[in-house]
Write a protein that binds this ligand. Structure first.
Ligand code: MG
Length: 290
C-alpha cells in the first residue's frame, strides 16, 4: 500500500493511495494523529492493531501532498558514502573532512543525522541560505522502520522494515567541510525533501530498486540499491546495536555517484533550479530551489 499525507481545505489528512494513483481514501483519525502524517498508522501496525476505517475517496488532484512523515519523532538517520563510486567522488572533491589517504571506502557505516524540522514535502521550495555558497543534492532511498527494537540482527532486520520513501539529502558542502562534521550543513531549514508517499515493504523490495537524480531534467545520478556498500540489513543491525529504533524512524541509505561536488568544476544548486529524485516502485519527488 501507499500512504500519503496531505492538506485539504486547510486540514491535515492521511490516506491510502489508489492503485491508479488517481484517488486517496482518508483514514478516520483524530486531528492530533493526522498532523503527524503516517506515524500513528505505523505505530498501530507495530502494536499489531489493524488500520483505522477509511472515509470516502477524494481525487488526488484536490489535495496538496505533504511529506508522509511531516514531523518525524526524532532526527532522520543518514548514511554517508554508501555507494563505491560516490565515496570516491566525495573523497576526491577535497570537501570530505573524514577522508584519509587511501581510505575513501569506509570500513564501517558512517552515520549522521538531520533535524526533523528540515523535512519538507513534494513541491516545497528548498531555500538557499545566504550562509552557504555550495548547496548540493543527494538522491536517496529512505527506509521506514515498522516494528522497533534494539540489537536487531542483519538476518532479522527486514522484518523491522515498514516500507520506503524518497529523500533528497540536501547539503551545504562548505559547512560539511569547514565544521568537521555533517550535522549542521545537512540540517538547514528545508534541507530534507521527503515523499511523495510511503510504500509498504510488501509492495517494493528496497534492496533491489533504482535511484535517479535529475537537475532541471538532466539525469545526474542513476544507480541500483544492490550497489550499496552497507545494505539495509547491515544498516539496521549497526544502528540498533546501541540505539533503540522506534516505529516511524527514517534511515536515508546514502546517495550514488553524480552529486554536484563530483563535477569539476562543481555543479552546485542555484536559484531557479528544479531537483527531482525518482525511485522505481515509489515515484518521484520534485522540489524547486530558491
Ligand atoms: Mg546523503
Amino acid at each position: 500500500m501507499k500512504i500519503v499525507a496531505f492538506h485539504q481545505n486547510g486540514q491535515p489528512g492521511v490516506g491510502l493511495v489508489s492503485a491508479d494513483l488517481q484517488q486517496v481514501q482518508p483514514f478516520d483519525l483524530p486531528l492530533a494523529q493526522r498532523e503527524l502524517g503516517a506515524l500513528s498508522l505505523i505505530e498501530a501496525q507495530a502494536r499489531g492493531e489493524s488500520l483505522p476505517a477509511l472515509l470516502a475517496a477524494v481525487a488526488i488532484s484536490d489535495i496538496q501532498i505533504i511529506a508522509p512523515l511531516p514531523k518525524p519523532r526524532r532526527n532522520i538517520f543518514c548514511v554517508g558514502k554508501n555507494y563505491f563510486e560516490h565515496a570516491k567522488e566525495f573523497a576526491g572533491s577535497g570537501f570530505d573532512s573524514s577522508a584519509k589517504s587511501g581510505g575513501d571506502i569506509p570500513a564501517d557505516p558512517i552515520i549522521f543525522t538531520k533535524v526533523p524540522e528540515s523535512v519538507v514535502g513534494p513541491g516545497a521550495t528548498v531555500e538557499m541560505p545566504a550562509a552557504s555558497t555550495a548547496i548540493d543534492y543527494e538522491a536517496e532511498l529512505a527506509v521506514i522502520i515498522g516494528r522497533g527494537g534494539k540489537g536487531i540482527s542483519a538476518k532479522d532486520a527486514m522484518d523491522h522494515v515498514w516500507g520506503y520513501t524518497i529523500v533528497n539529502d540536501i547539503t551545504a558542502r562548505d559547512w560539511q567541510s569547514r565544521h568537521q562534521q555533517w550535522f549542521m550543513g545537512k540540517s538547514f531549514d528545508t534541507f530534507c525533501p521527503m515523499g511523495p508517499w510511503l510504500v509498504s515493504a510488501d509492495e517494493l523490495d528496497g534492496t533491489k530498486t533504482r535511484v535517479r537524480g535529475y537537475v532541471n531534467g538532466e539525469l545526474r545520478q542513476n544507480a541500483s540499491t544492490t550497489d550499496l556498500i552497507f545494505d539495509i540489513p547491515k544498516l539496521i543491525e549497526t544502528l540498533s546495536a546501541g540505539i533503540t529504533l522506534y516505529p516511524g524512524d527514517v534511515i536515508a541509505t546514502g546517495t550514488p555517484v553524480g552529486v554536484g561536488i563530483g563535477f569539476k568544476p562543481p555543479k552546485y544548486l542555484k536559484a531557479g533550479d528544479v531537483v527531482r529524485v525518482e525511485i522505481d516502485g515509489i515515484g518521484s519527488l520534485e522540489n524547486p530551489v530558491r
